[in-house]
Write a protein that binds this ligand. Structure first.
Ligand SMILES: [Zn+2]
Length: 280
């Protein structure tokens, strides 16, 4: 399994959300379970890469610490990590496209970041920045965003609407699925979401841990249902021959080891899908 990681993706944890500190914790857990991971460092995004998806004044104000980041703090260390966390997603997507495979980026904090707003632990929208960078290189490229975090990806929708971006299929489960009674329908519905992604050159899969039923900010899937979610996504995309770059997103259980365990299960599902459906 291919993973994009470098220590610059890491920043001190900010307040309630463990996101900033998660890359190193997840990486350590993954490497303990799978010592043969292939690792590439994240290529950092430039300011102009970031301004492709965000208002330039907003971006400058964030980097100058004039306005708070998505965690509600002003942190030079978080700011220093942002080009790398967002760049990790683009690096993963490029690698997945190159090798027609599945690549992990252990990063979070994207989908609530809108055109000119940082909120709910998200500062810049690495999903949209990745999609826009790929479309800048290959005009018209069709890209899927499969956002299975618990929460609605309002920032992604905002950027698509402000920029009138075309050729992005944006699926955000948080728009529809909230309740444990919807769990089995959600799992069945995954196949329909994958059908909607047919024709995409790549899918960016946000495998949020906060849909877990015990999550204080989420809650409708059990541990084994989350594993089924990930298995269906990875195997379905492999069957369709669509490369995928995936990331972590939310997860707020305490201690953080519970969240890390969910991200380990996502890796397990990805590795199993690659084994069952080797490259064509
Ligand atoms: Zn969330």
């Amino acid at each position: 399994m291919k993973v994009v990681y470098c220590p610059q993706m890491q920043a001190p944890t900010q307040g309630y959300s463990p996101s900033a500190g998660k890359p190193a914790l997840v990486m350590q857990a993954w490497q303990e379970s799978w010592p043969d991971l292939q690792i590439r460092p994240a290529m950092p995004l430039s300011e102009s890469d970031i301004c492709r998806g965000h208002d330039a004044a907003f971006v400058r104000n964030i980097f100058a610490l004039r306005i708070p980041n998505g965690f509600g703090t002003r942190s030079a260390e978080v700011n220093a990590s942002l080009p790398y966390t967002n760049g990790a997603m683009l690096t993963a997507a490029r690698w997945a496209l190159e090798d027609n495979t599945c690549v992990a980026a252990p990063v979070s904090g994207f989908h609530h970041a809108g055109w000119d707003s940082a909120e709910d632990f998200c500062t810049f929208n690495g999903l949209m920045l990745t999609a826009l960078a790929l479309q800048a290189e290959t005009p018209g490229m069709k890209i899927g965003i499969l956002d299975y975090d618990y929460h609605y990806g309002n920032g992604t929708a905002d950027i698509i609407s402000v920029l009138k971006v075309e050729n992005i299929v944006n699926i955000t489960a948080g728009e529809t699925f909230k309740d444990p009674e919807q769990a089995s329908f959600f799992l069945t519905h995954i196949e329909d979401d994958l059908d909607a992604l047919e024709g995409c050159a790549i899918v960016l899969y946000q495998a949020g841990a906060d849909p877990h039923i015990d999550d204080p900010l989420g809650g409708f899937l059990s541990t084994s249902q989350l594993f089924q979610r990930d298995s269906r996504v990875f195997q379905g995309l492999r069957r369709r021959g669509i490369p995928v770059a995936w990331n972590l997103a939310g997860g707020y259980q305490k201690p953080v080891s519970k969240v890390i365990g969910i991200h380990e299960n996502t890796m397990r599902a990805a590795i199993e899908a690659l084994r069952l459906f080797p490259s064509r």
